[in-house]
Ligand binder design. Structure first.
Ligand SMILES: [Ca+2]
Ligand SMILES: [Ca+2]
Length: 301
């Protein structure tokens, strides 16, 4: 074997573990998914064209997604945005203040999910129940309103309260906050008036998002157990928007399967990632298998 061949072999040997590590995880929803780099990537429906997705005063709805966060917020002031418009799904580093306000145990870790909705009467938004997320795992998250009952779901964990208020469109009469529907944040600071001015930093989400659905129905019965979807969502009359993110790898436009033409525009490199073509090996498979096992265990109990 010549020197060049040896070098080529060494090069290949180095490449193999690198590329193995870079392989993205398979999505529980199947097919491909949205990849966000955490720098400036986001997917958007601009407000001028699409407006708000749900009518003013809507009191029955569900927002849900599969997410795979890889990186916690940089610091305690950073708000990592999964989804933002009438409903917020954000990640903060520390949920202690929310826990204190609700008189509950502080959530563990530095990926704390907060979900809320903007409400009628200029009162701002509903109180978030802080829930820990696990890094580098797929998790199903859902936020639903059913009359006055708000429900927050992460996998099989559920939190409810009875202080839900219908969605309001007058949350921001001066138009200071961005109104676009966005997945993945903007990665920029929005300055809100006040003394001193408040800065809202809607930072970028790092990781993967799949199977996002918005419905005009409360999809989950909180009296039952087992909330994790085991298949792709189907389009029905109550589906306002449904993104499977199953376009070919590299695509930067994401089509809406609901028939309502809410086609998302990828910005700054937000694109479809290729799902593994072969059966995945090792930890990633185990993770999903364990999740399924837990789900299965519930039925046995
Ligand atoms: Ca998918
Ligand atoms: Ca980018």
């Amino acid at each position: 074997m010549g020197h060049c061949q040896i070098l080529a072999c060494l090069f290949l040997l180095t490449l193999i573990p690198l590329s193995a590590k870079a392989l993205p995880p398979p999505s529980p929803a199947g097919g491909n998914y949205l990849v966000l780099d955490g720098v400036d990537d986001y997917a958007v429906l601009d407000f001028e064209t699409f407006g708000y997705l749900l009518p003013d005063g809507t009191d029955k709805f569900t927002f849900e997604a599969w997410i795979y966060p890889t990186t916690p917020p940089d610091n305690k002031d950073t708000v990592v945005t999964i989804l933002y418009q009438q409903v917020d799904m954000i990640i903060v580093k520390d949920g202690d203040n929310w826990a204190k306000a609700l008189n509950i145990e502080p959530p563990k870790g530095d990926l704390i999910l907060l979900m809320s909705s903007y409400i009628e009467g200029g009162l701002g938004r509903t109180i978030s129940f802080p829930i820990s997320l696990v890094p580098n795992q797929w998790q199903h998250i859902a936020y639903q309103l059913n009359g006055n009952q708000i429900t927050m779901i992460v996998n099989d964990f559920v939190a409810t309260n009875q202080h839900g208020i219908p969605l309001g469109h007058d949350r921001d009469p001066r138009g200071l906050r961005p109104k676009d529907f966005v997945l993945g944040g903007y990665g920029k600071i929005i300055v809100l008036p006040g003394r001193p001015p408040a800065k809202a930093f809607l930072d970028s989400f790092t990781g993967y998002i799949d199977e996002v659905r918005i419905s005009t129905e409360a999809r989950y019965d909180v009296n039952k157990k087992g909330f994790m979807p085991d298949d792709k969502f189907k389009n029905d009359a109550k589906t306002v928007a449904l993104w499977h993110f199953d376009e070919p790898g590299g695509t930067e436009q994401f089509s809406d399967a609901s028939g309502n033409a809410h086609h998302l525009e990828g910005k700054n490199g937000a694109k479809i990632g290729n799902a593994l073509a072969v059966k995945p090996q090792g930890k990633l498979t185990t993770t999903w298998a364990q999740l399924k096992q837990r789900e299965f265990d519930k039925y046995l109990r």
